[in-house]
Ligand binder design. Structure first.
Ligand SMILES: [Zn+2]
Length: 412
């Protein structure tokens, strides 16, 4: 299985980082810099650690090793990048981070605020007391390894919850190292606990070149950490294959750094669990282009059966037509017309497994109902936006937060 995250260029990411000459004194909180993320009410205060502070004070807590830092070739224009590795108290779980010292301090705050003891259970399993493991990683005909349900999984069930092994830049860290060897990704890997390395050794590769970086390019997801996009390597989740109408989705938590795989519909025993690697709203021609650019193939019914592909394209074109109709109607959008078009829209979204997009359109309809004087319907549907955002994006997501503010628009 092959996954490619959508990555920003290294230069873009570094542009937001501090200047290389700037060093916060140890013990200065990361949280005074405008970050609005709050954990358990109070911000965590974690000392800034880098290669310099490690040498000066002989300590690099909470990290397991002194940070391994390199400067980008253009000195002064961007912060240095360092490898930080965290080991759980029992040494069984680890996370390597390739980041600026400021970002490492932010992540250290998240690690210290995690409610469950890290490393108490293998990172890809659910906590004790949660549903028994519902799947197995097995050979799937024509696809290599895949994740297959071993019992019926109900809509909304969390199938996998995983902490990343590696979180960091993947776009040519060798360039940032100015040719220094070994590269940051290799250092990040080798500092992880032994059993992590065993698991990583079996990961898929696709692009050639340096093996550690190939593993990252092939298997990572793009996730947001403090507003910056990072590549996160979740070895178990990386086993899940793509489908254009998937039966599960990813839900990432910015406050725990964990990724969940959640069933978006009931999944039968022996059915393969799938997610989408690409935006789901593309027409067949564009979808195939993107799939081949990302270096994988898809044999799902939408891709392999021409009649399914054309009805899917017709559905997606109809979505645009409905939006066009709404635009053209302007002030003539009556409650009755809105009812009819909403019903049709819901049906198309369900047929295309565009479940996560329901919130997007529900928000639009809430505004339209409100404008048409149907206040009760506007309120009802705005409430749905919040419920959908919590389900698909997580209750600690920015989208759920925005949906709360959106629902307040229709009060009173
Ligand atoms: Zn497909």
């Amino acid at each position: 299985m092959i996954l490619h995250s959508i990555l920003l260029g290294l230069g873009i990411r570094l542009a937001s980082a501090g200047r290389s000459g700037e060093h916060r004194p140890p013990q200065q909180c990361r949280w005074d810099s405008g970050s609005r993320l709050r954990l358990g009410g109070e911000p965590s205060c974690v000392a800034l650690v880098d290669d310099r502070t490690a040498a000066e004070i002989g300590s690099w807590e909470p990290w397991a090793y002194a940070p391994h830092c390199v400067y980008p070739p253009e000195q002064g224009s961007a912060s240095k990048l360092c490898v930080y590795t965290y080991h759980s108290a029992n040494g069984e779980a680890g996370l390597s981070l390739i980041a600026t010292p400021e970002m490492a301090s932010f992540v250290a705050g998240i690690l210290s605020a995690r409610s469950e003891p890290w490393g108490e259970f293998p990172s890809w399993q659910l906590s004790p007391g949660e549903a028994r493991r519902a799947y197995e990683v097995v050979e799937v005909p024509g696809k290599g390894l895949g994740v297959v349900a071993r019992r019926k999984i109900h809509r909304g069930e969390v199938i996998i919850r995983e902490t990343p092994f590696v979180l960091g830049f993947t776009s040519d860290p060798g360039a940032a190292a100015g040719g220094e060897k070994p590269g940051l990704v290799e250092v990040a890997f080798t500092r992880l606990p032994e059993w992590h390395l065993e698991r990583l050794s079996g990961m898929a590769v696709s692009t050639g070149g340096e093996w550690h970086e190939d593993v990252m390019r092939t298997n990572t997801f793009g996730v947001m950490v403090d507003g910056v996009e990072y590549s996160a390597l979740f070895p178990e989740i990386a086993r899940i294959n793509h489908a254009c109408r998937p039966n599960a989705f990813t839900r990432y938590s910015r406050t725990t750094l964990q990724m969940e795989i959640v069933a978006q519909q009931d999944i039968e025993s022996d059915e393969e669990v799938t997610i989408t690697y690409i935006p789901q709203n593309l027409l067949t021609a564009d979808r195939q282009k993107l799939i081949s650019r990302r270096g994988f193939t898809c044999g799902c019914p939408v891709c392999s059966t021409p009649s399914v592909a054309s009805s899917s394209d017709a559905n997606k074109s109809r979505i645009n037509a409905i939006l066009g109709t709404l635009r053209d109607l302007g002030p003539q959008r009556t409650e009755k017309i809105l009812d009819e078009l909403w019903q049709e829209m819901r049906q198309i979204l369900a047929e295309e497994s565009l479940h996560a997009q329901v919130a997007e359109f529900a928000g639009l309809w809430a505004d339209l109902y409100w404008a048409a004087g149907a206040a009760a319907k506007a309120r009802e549907i705005a409430g749905r936006v919040l419920a959908e955002r919590v389900f698909y994006n997580g209750k600690d997501s920015e989208r759920a937060e925005r949906a709360k503010g959106f629902a307040r628009k229709f009060e009173g």
